[in-house]
Unconditional design. Structure first.
Length: 140
């Protein structure tokens, strides 16, 4: 009898703690969401999972650029992305965020002594919110 009571008490304690922990968690900010999505897009590009990377682009971009066309363009680039790290996200305007990402890459098709040259540089990206979802906004 005592064992059964302890099990029930332990169950109530676990349920109570779960509610407390969920109540303490803060809502995610746009900066948090955009940083996560931007890193996921870059992780997909690095892994050459171009269908996954394409899914982070804005609906307008995707309507104009089918996934198969996007993948073909990405595969033919004379560059290989080696790593990417989100450095900062700033959402100053409502519905728009600027992301700074540090990208390391190798120039695959460079001529002569520049062949396979590795480099790293920061890139600025724009992300926009449309209907409650954040999208990478490609600019040429």
């Amino acid at each position: 009898m005592r064992s059964k009571t302890m099990k029930i008490n332990n169950l109530f304690i676990v349920i109570g703690l779960s509610f407390l922990l969920s109540a303490c968690s803060e809502p995610r900010t746009p900066e948090d969401i955009v940083a996560e999505r931007a890193q996921a897009r870059w992780d997909a590009l690095i892994a050459k999972d171009f269908d996954q990377a394409w899914s982070y682009y804005s609906p307008g971009f995707r309507a104009q650029n089918p996934a198969s066309s996007f993948a073909g363009t990405m595969q033919s680039r004379p560059i290989r992305w080696d790593s990417a790290e989100i450095r900062s996200v700033e959402c100053a305007e409502a519905g728009t965020c600027t992301v700074v990402v540090s990208v390391a890459y190798t120039a695959i098709g460079a001529p002569g002594p520049l062949a396979d040259m590795q480099n790293e540089r920061p890139l600025n990206e724009t992300w926009v919110e449309l209907e409650g979802e954040w999208w990478y906004s490609y600019k040429e």
